[in-house]
Design a protein around this ligand. Structure first.
Ligand code: PBG
Length: 328
């Protein structure tokens, strides 16, 4: 009878041994909480496809931000839902618009204790739901959109955002935003570029969350799920244009992309565990098909292991709470 020469199981014998030998860990500081604020709400409104996530009022958003601070969460990413929409998304550049006010409110609440980020994109603000303005033929006009993004970015920086997240996948968006910020005296405002953002079915619940008006899809500007090399081009361009951090989105179906980007990026890499990923796990857990907490922890740890330095997840605060518990 011959015995195994190597016994990897030795390092799995006890919880303490497994903790000591863990190659990757999550920390609340790496987590970013995406949050929605809707203009004109008096009560937070549940989002049915994202159980546990709401459209906030000003008040509940401030409370959620304060809670994130107390849990040690790293950042918050704000999305606004305006009361009125138009073809050019003008509520997005209105200094009094829902998102710009929310940025100022959250900054007033958290100061510099939480990195306050905001979405630079038009889809929440346009009546057609596209991420940019339309050309007469109905296509999304890249260069006309850039001019609007530049204005949006300056207003968001004026409102107090620490970091802007351009998510519209227009060519050249990082460069115009960087130039506009610098010209307006916002040299220290950062840019987290949604560099490799794919046209994904997993954004489904987000469309409910922001009451999206979109008909059709975003395949002429977001990336094709078939493509891997192309993600590296997008990242290189964004770095050249001045991105301070880059992102891969969605996360779970794109872990190969995340690993590729993490291997080449000289700047921090974020991954966005999107609404549909959240919804899948919540739905399966609600049916008793998976262990909710374990599935959440495993999914986020997997994103970290693939190479994310920071993770946007709707579970950021709850996960931070669990991580703090296990530590104390
Ligand atoms: C665009 C934007 C979207 C998401 C984040 N920013 C929607 C889209 O591209 O269709 C999706 C996030 C999620 O699904 O959780 N402003």
């Amino acid at each position: 009878m011959s015995f195994p020469q190597h016994r990897p199981r030795r390092l799995r014998t006890t919880p303490a041994m497994r903790r000591l030998t863990a190659e990757h860990r999550l920390s609340p500081a790496d987590l970013i909480l995406p949050a929605f604020i809707r203009e004109g709400l008096t009560q937070p409104a549940p989002i049915s496809s994202m159980p546990g996530v709401v459209q906030h009022t000003t008040d509940t958003l401030r409370r959620a931000a304060a809670e994130a601070v107390s849990l040690g969460v790293g950042g918050i990413m704000l999305f606004g839902i305006p009361a009125r929409r138009d073809a050019t998304g003008s509520a997005g550049i209105d200094p009094d618009g829902v998102l710009n006010r929310a940025i100022a409110d959250v900054r007033a609440e958290v100061g510099d204790d939480l990195v306050v980020m905001s979405d630079v994109c038009l889809d929440e603000f346009t009546d057609h739901g596209h991420c940019g303005v339309l050309a007469p033929d109905g296509s999304v006009d890249n260069d006309a959109t850039l001019a609007v993004y530049a204005q949006m970015a300056v207003e968001q920086a004026n409102a107090g955002a620490h970091v802007l997240g351009p998510s519209g996948m227009m060519d050249g968006q990082v460069a115009v935003i960087r130039q506009a910020l610098d010209a307006a005296g916002h040299a220290t405002t950062g840019v987290l570029a949604y560099s490799a953002k794919y046209a994904s079915a997993f954004y489904g619940p987000f469309r409910e969350a922001v009451d999206s008006q979109l008909k059709g899809d975003r395949r002429t500007y977001q990336m094709d799920a078939a493509n891997r090399r192309e993600a590296l081009i997008e990242v290189e361009l964004d770095l050249e244009e001045g991105a301070d951090m880059v992102m891969v989105k969605p996360a779970m179906s794109y872990l190969d992309i995340l690993a590729d980007v993490a291997a080449m990026s000289p700047v921090p890499v974020a991954a966005y565990q999107v609404s549909g990923e959240y919804a899948m796990i919540e739905a399966a857990a609600a049916n008793g098909w998976i262990d909710r907490r374990r599935a959440i922890e495993e999914s986020v740890l997997g994103i970290r292991r693939a190479g994310a330095d920071m993770i946007l997840t709707y579970w950021a605060s709850e996960l931070a709470l669990w991580l703090n518990e296990t530590r104390s």
